[in-house]
Each structure stands twice: as C-alpha cells, then as structure tokens.
Design a protein around this ligand. Sequence first.
Ligand code: FAD
Length: 288
Amino acid sequence: MIPSAFSYHRPSSVQEASSLLAQFGDDGRAIAGGHSLIPMMKLRLAEPGHLVDLGGIADLKGIRADGGDIVIGAMTTQHDVIGSGLLAGKIPLLREAALQIADPQVRYMGTLGGNVANGDPGNDMPAVMLCLGATYHVTGKGGERRIPAREFYQGAYFTALEVGDVLTAVRIPVPPAGHGAAYEKLKRKVGDYATAAAAVILTMGGGKVASCSIGLTNVAETPLWAEEAAKILTGSTLDAATVKRAVAAAEAITAPASDARGPAHYRTKMAGVMLTRALARAKANARG
Ligand SMILES: Cc1cc2nc3c(=O)[nH]c(=O)nc-3n(C[C@H](O)[C@H](O)[C@H](O)COP(=O)(O)OP(=O)(O)OC[C@H]3O[C@@H](n4cnc5c(N)ncnc54)[C@H](O)[C@@H]3O)c2cc1C
C-alpha cells in the first residue's frame, strides 16, 4: 500500500526537531531509519501529516566512552553497533543481540534509538537495555531528562516519550570485566521477530553467581525485566534445581499474545527455554 500524504521536514539540530514535533503534536512523527515506521505507514496503521527526519542531525550519531558508561547516539545504526570495536570489547551482549535483528539490509538503516523508542514488544534491543540497566537521554519541551529503560515501557507502542520529545542517546553502564552474557532468540526463520527471547548478564565469584540481570523479549505488551528470577539465581552455582525455580519465576511474569508465532502457553515456555540456554552460555563465558 501507499502511505497517506505527509510533509517532510529535515531539521539540523535536536532543538529544531523537538520544536517541530511539539508544533505538530499528534500529527507529527520523528523518523529515524524508517524500518518500523514506514511499514506502519504503508499499512495505514500510522498516518502522520508531518515527518521530522532525524537523519540530518550530526550530534545524534556515534559511540563514545564516558567515565564508566558507554553513550550511543540515537541515530547510530544497528550495523554500526555490530561493527564497533569499543562495544565488542566492553558490552559484547549488544553486538550479539544486534546480529539477531532482521537482516543486514534492515540493520544498515535501522537505528538503535528507533529500536528502543518504537515501543514494539517484538523489538530486541529494549529487553537488552532493561538487562543492562541502560538510561535513555531525551530532549523535549522542558529541556533534557534521563529516563531509566526499566521505567520507559508502559504498553505496546506506549512509552514515557511525550509530544515534542526526541530520544537523543542511550547510556549503558559498562559491565564489570569478566562478566558473562548471552542473548538467546527463538524465531521462525532468519529475519523474524522473536517468538520469545532472553538476555542475561551475570558475574561469577568463587563458582557462584555474584550478580545477575535478565530481560525478556516479546512475551508481554512490554519488554520484561525478570528481577525475581535474577534474585533467585544470585548466590547459586546455577545448579539445575535453582535454574528451574528461576525459570518458573520468569515464566510467571510473561503474558504473551497467541498469534502466528504460537499460542500463549507455548511462547511462555519458549521464554523459559531461551532463558535456560542464555544462563548456561553466560556462565560459560564468564570468568570467576
Ligand atoms: C523485515 C523487517 C524485519 C525486522 N526484524 C526485526 C527484528 O527481528 N528485531 C527487531 O528488533 N527489529 C526488527 N525490525 C525493526 C527494525 O529493527 C527497525 O529498524 C527498528 O524497529 C526501528 O528503528 P528505525 O531507526 O528504523 O526507526 P523508525 O522506523 O524510523 O521509527 C520507529 C518509531 O520510533 C520513533 N523514533 C525513532 N527514533 C526516535 C528518536 N530518536 N526519538 C524519538 N522517537 C523516535 C518514530 O517516531 C517511530 O514511531 C525489522 C524490520 C523489518 C522491516
């Protein structure tokens, strides 16, 4: 299908983009890589009268270290995330998850900011951000504010972003050296969204889990942070009985839709399987 008519705007600064979005209100939308928004427009599920293209704002691109954090500009593409030596060394989980998004064509255009701002529970990066304890930098009518990823997602396509807001960057605390991490995703075919997926990051000390964080993708209206499951695992050796209890706690917070990817019960169980696999792999690649 062909999208409905819209006006195109290409601001050169975040302030200009924010002012335009505030001016257009519900009739305006930011566009980044366009690989979620344009399909929605073609299906007429979104019919913005004004598109504000963030592609001309140089400040929104790039990956840099800032103290103990890594800051990634919102317009950094998924391809750039995969190619970053800094991220590969400090937060390999990001590269691993980005490689499981769609296909190279989508990843050349799709941005990290668009992936986390979109609010689609099928997007892979939001659960990874919950797992990593990321914070989103947002510029809006009242200036800049920072929103923890764990407080950002409120429902399907419903986030803490307000009219006039531009998500400018993602800030991620660098996990401790020697940590282990994994992203396990079940999909029907290459390039598909997750039937269920699990992100795990953990540290080990003396053969026991010293810290653990878990994110789940596409098994509820929002990405999930499985806090209780991670608590159960902390202090354990990841023995089979404890993993089983933690997986049950993670499954208990899921509420997936029954859809073409399978009935709800199946998707909940697949979230448990993905979590079990991610835990085993994270433990195997952790030191300590
Ligand atoms: C065939 C196909 C397969 C795909 N498979 C997957 C997959 O397996 N996993 C996955 O995670 N994704 C998948 N995607 C989606 C892809 O990753 C998108 O690129 C991503 O979801 C959105 O990023 P974008 O830069 O394209 O954003 P856009 O499509 O431009 O924008 C998406 C939404 O976010 C808003 N937005 C974007 N940037 C900002 C910003 N900086 N500030 C405020 N609001 C903003 C827009 O207004 C819009 O509402 C797939 C897409 C396609 C076409």
